[in-house]
Write a protein that binds this ligand. Structure first.
Ligand code: FMN
Length: 205
């Protein structure tokens, strides 16, 4: 699909066709395209839980203000940001070392910078996790549309409850959930609400 059409046609779909399953291979294809999203130092401080079983969907439904779309959508992704994704444990550092031809000094410099920029306060850690994973989330929604799959992002959820139920680490943050499936065309979507434009939101300085 053309990029402009992707933006025009992506909607937060409220009504998913319960009978239309999204194949795991399709979810994989979407996610493997979406990971081309940019991230600081290419650290990719994120992971995704794909909630597909009826049992886990029901648990998530209760932790998402019982928003019906969780039960109707074929899968719901829990987008998780890693607040410590700048640290040594991130395997991306090893890949970076290889990518820069084994220049350890360069990688150490980048590690030091990342550690200061993203790890020196709790606020920075959270910003790091959520800004990067937020870009992944948008990328997933656009990639899904490219493959004819509809989505719905959600933050009307119990973040702490989801964190506990799905046994996330202390260093992890639930960024949002994204329902994924196929729009039930027998139901009418709300008309798309207008956006505030350049004149309203931008200042050239
Ligand atoms: C971070 C985020 C959280 C959202 N949370 C919810 C939610 O919990 N429930 C809901 O019905 N819609 C939710 N939405 C969907 C928005 O209402 C929707 O994106 C907006 O109205 C624009 O509509 P459109 O995406 O169809 O263009 C959320 C959207 C975003 C980006």
């Amino acid at each position: 699909m053309e990029t402009k059409a992707l933006f025009d046609e992506r909607r937060s779909v409220n009504f998913f066709d319960k009978d239309k399953n999204i194949e795991e291979s399709q979810i994989k294809e979407i996610i493997n395209l979406a990971v081309l999203a940019p991230s600081a130092f290419n650290l990719q401080p994120w992971r995704i839980l794909v909630v597909k079983s009826e049992e886990k969907k029901k648990r998530l439904f209760d932790l998402a203000n019982q928003q019906e779309k969780i039960l109707e959508a074929s899968a719901t992704l829990i987008i998780i940001g890693n607040k410590e994704g700048y640290a040594d444990a991130n395997p991306v550092w090893d890949e970076m070392l290889q990518s820069v031809g084994g220049n350890q000094q360069m990688v150490d410099g980048a590690k030091q910078a990342a550690s200061f920029l993203y790890g020196s306060t709790d606020e920075r850690k959270l910003k790091f996790a959520e800004s990067n994973a937020g870009l992944l989330a948008m990328s997933i929604m656009i990639a899904a549309k490219e493959f004819g799959v509809d989505t719905h992002p959600m933050s009307g959820i119990d973040f702490d409850g989801i964190h506990k139920e799905f046994e996330l680490k202390d260093s992890e943050s639930v960024v949002m959930t994204i329902c994924m499936g196929y729009y039930d065309k027998s139901k009418q979507l709300y008309p798309r609400r207008p956006r505030r434009l350049f004149e309203d939101i931008s200042t050239i300085i």
